[in-house]
Design a protein around this ligand. Structure first.
Ligand code: ATP
Ligand code: MG
Length: 404
């Protein structure tokens, strides 16, 4: 059973037992737009205890907030009791929830397009917030006064930009003005949650527009700080030149493509990325320009090719070239690089060194920094194709030692 079929089964069961039960929020929006929904959430007037009573297997993850997960037929669906939320003391999460009716439940949601219900059995939309009109107009608009809604929960500002980016909708002018006025407050949100919304914006094919909105609203400056005009324009340009599908890390490298590596790495700390992601972005930024350096030696090329993020580096460099110079000529150096790589055939990029440390000592090298340098220089000569056998390597090493 698909998630949708599971949700419909659960709704039927609830309705058969006299409860109100409807699809709610994002899945209704996506269905009305003819898009595939990422998950199907149910809203009901049944209390959590009543939901638990009705189904054999449930997860009581958020009973306090009125949320129960129902498991059937290998699928699962979130069932939430209609509620209002109150006491946003910290601008991050509600201090209390109160069970309520469907209209109040719609009213606590963030945007009109996210505030609708749908009965999949009667095929009927319930819309207390004029969401359908905004879907037609392609607008992201808060439910209620935007200043109040962003003061309650600051993350909604980034969510507005994310939905606008993903759906290709505009942000309604008053809503956008309120984001500009409240952007400072985004700093109170944890880096992890900021990163999650930012990822939604940056992996979208529409990322360039999304980042323009982050910049115009002041959110980008509040999150990262210290960009100069040129760097911002370059970011929007590079993001627009990246292919449709890219990873979050590659897009972040594109975002910082006009900045120094050290500056970028420091700014990125706030997002609390994984070590792997930070490493990847650091690699991409610190190796900018290398692929268009036509003086690059064979050994350097092989070492770069053996890097796990080589393909990402290539894609990033291509976007940088196009943004900086425009036209076909801008990628000429990259096309020549591709040819050079092709000519290498299937040569091994990271062969075993012809001689190991013990071999080097046997030949008279003394343990210490000089030994490391010798090993490295010999390996470069090997990658360059100057040394093909261990005999040749031994001769080369003897000469090296004699020169010292
Ligand atoms: P996606 O397709 O990205 O999952 P979604 O609309 O389902 O989009 P979720 O974050 O899964 O977004 O939230 C589900 C629903 O819960 C939203 O559609 C909205 O009605 C409500 N919601 C989520 N976060 C908030 C919030 N911070 N403030 C108010 N309502 C929210
Ligand atoms: Mg969702």
């Amino acid at each position: 059973m698909t998630n949708k079929q599971v949700a419909i089964r659960v709704i039927k069961r609830l309705q058969d037992n006299g409860y109100q039960a409807l699809l709610a929020g994002g899945c209704v929006r996506d269905m009305l737009l003819g898009r595939r929904a990422s998950d199907y959430d149910i809203a009901t007037d049944a209390r959590p205890e009543e939901v638990i009573e009705l189904f054999k297997r449930t997860l009581k993850v958020g009973v306090k907030f009125g949320v129960v997960i129902v498991l059937i037929e290998g699928g699962q669906v979130e069932v939430a009791t209609f509620r209002t939320e109150a006491d946003y003391a910290d601008g991050r999460r509600p201090g209390a929830v109160e069970f309520a009716g469907a209209a109040e439940d719609a009213g606590r949601r963030d945007f009109t397009i996210n505030g609708m219900f749908f009965d999949p059995l009667k095929k009927e939309v319930t819309d207390y917030v004029d969401g359908q009109a905004d879907l037609k107009r392609k607008l992201v608009r808060t439910i209620g006064r935007p200043e109040d809604r962003f003061a309650e929960d600051h993350l909604r500002m980034l969510r507005a930009v994310r939905f606008s980016t993903q759906l290709g909708f505009a942000i309604e002018p008053e809503t956008f003005a309120a984001i500009c006025g409240s952007a400072k407050m985004i700093k109170r949100i944890s880096g992890e949650r900021i990163a999650m919304e930012l990822e939604g914006i940056l992996v979208s094919p529409n990322r360039s527009e999304g980042v323009s909105m982050l910049i115009k609203s002041g959110l980008a400056e509040q999150i990262f700080g210290g960009f100069v005009e040129w760097e911002r324009e370059f970011a929007v340009g590079v993001l627009g030149q990246l292919p449709k599908k890219v990873s979050f890390s590659l897009a972040l490298a594109g975002f910082f493509a006009g900045c120094g590596t050290k500056f970028a790495v420091e700014r990125l700390h706030v997002l609390r990325l994984s070590r792997r992601q930070s490493k990847q972005i650091g690699f991409l930024l610190s190796h900018r320009g290398r692929l268009v350096d036509e003086q690059m030696s064979l050994a350097q090329l092989k070492q770069l090719l053996a890097e796990p993020y080589f393909e990402d580096l290539y894609v990033l460099q291509k976007a940088i070239q196009k943004t900086r110079y425009g036209g076909r000529k801008s990628v000429g150096a990259l096309i020549r690089l591709r040819k050079r790589i092709k000519a290498l055939g299937d040569v091994e990029l990271r062969p075993e060194p012809l001689l190991n440390g013990r071999d080097l000592m046997r030949l008279g090298a003394v343990p210490g920094p000089a030994l490391g340098q010798l090993a490295e220089e010999m390996y470069v000569a090997q990658l360059e194709g100057e040394l093909k056998t261990s005999k040749q390597a031994e001769q080369w090493v003897r000469k090296w030692l004699r020169r010292r």
